[in-house]
Write a protein that binds this ligand. Sequence first.
Ligand SMILES: C[S@@+](CC[C@H](N)C(=O)[O-])C[C@H]1O[C@@H](n2cnc3c(N)ncnc32)[C@H](O)[C@@H]1O
Length: 334
Amino acid sequence: MKILITTNPGLEDICSRELESIGIKLLYFQEGRVEGEWKGDLEELVWSLERSKTVHKAFVLFYEGSLENVRLDWVREFLTPYHTFAVRAERIGEGLPSPELASKIGEKVINIIKETYGKAPKVNLDHPSLVIYSEQRFGKVRVGLLITGEESLHRRYYRIREHMASLKPSIAYSLLYLGGAMDANRIVDPMCGSGTIAIEAVLGFAPPEVYCFDINKKYVMDAITNAKVARVKEMITFGVHDATQLHEVVDNIDLIVTNPPYGIRMGSPKKVLKLYEKFFESSFKALRGGGKLVMITPLTEAKLLAQRAGLVLVHERDVYHGDLWTKVFIFQRP
Ligand SMILES: C[S@@+](CC[C@H](N)C(=O)[O-])C[C@H]1O[C@@H](n2cnc3c(N)ncnc32)[C@H](O)[C@@H]1O
């Protein structure tokens, strides 16, 4: 069966690797979407996807073709008159407006179930038991089922304390993956906010040592609370420290992964760049030779500042985060 997955734009390749690792054959990825082929059991697929780190939503696609010839007989397998359903529609490019597409597909679904059972299913747009997905992309219609629930899987259960500038856990996991967390012994997030990166490090890679620091005590307390909920508090060392003095607290670090302030909606980029400058100098001292620093920021000046501190840029990409395109930089201490 054909599977459509949504993920964070800019990190489709990381998501694709994760999907391949659970047995999905990769067909295509672009613009926050990954498509693949699954040959096994649907329940087994849902089980694996719900435990994935980078998937946001997943759909099984049962029909691709024209709207006139749309075939929906497969819905009989999933819907009865005793279930409620909703059709969520999307249009990309030319075609019917989404509400019209949703109502056309919905009507057809009702007719099929009525023909089969003599009774129509009810539509419930707020809390449906089944969500039918339909999209029209450049004239072609695709219809399928949402199989991972309406809430995006990037919303992790443990984030009971939310930082006002928190990072999506799916991005946090991907940054760790890109930095080589699977081979790192000592991982640090020196500007940890609510602790997302440190918690994802333990849950996703189980390194021997993880450090989670922030200059603001309240955020460190929030990170501790979230780590307790995630049941990983004992695996993380927490502390109130200034990232510009990181080398005074830890050394010989394999991997620093961090999401520093941007100074865009609050503060100022100028002040933040001063912080970056000092932070890079301290990181250089705290990293072991060959150690890496992964950073997500929209401030492209970070590249030059890191290089000035002696770090070498080894990877760069664009990632969509918090309604803006940001850069992910990976620097290495030679
Ligand atoms: C964008 S937030 C991090 C959010 C975090 N990734 C999360 O998911 O909750 C940036 C954090 O950097 C911290 N910070 C700012 N200046 C710092 C400094 N000099 N040393 C350590 N932390 C600092 C702020 O207190 C803030 O919590």
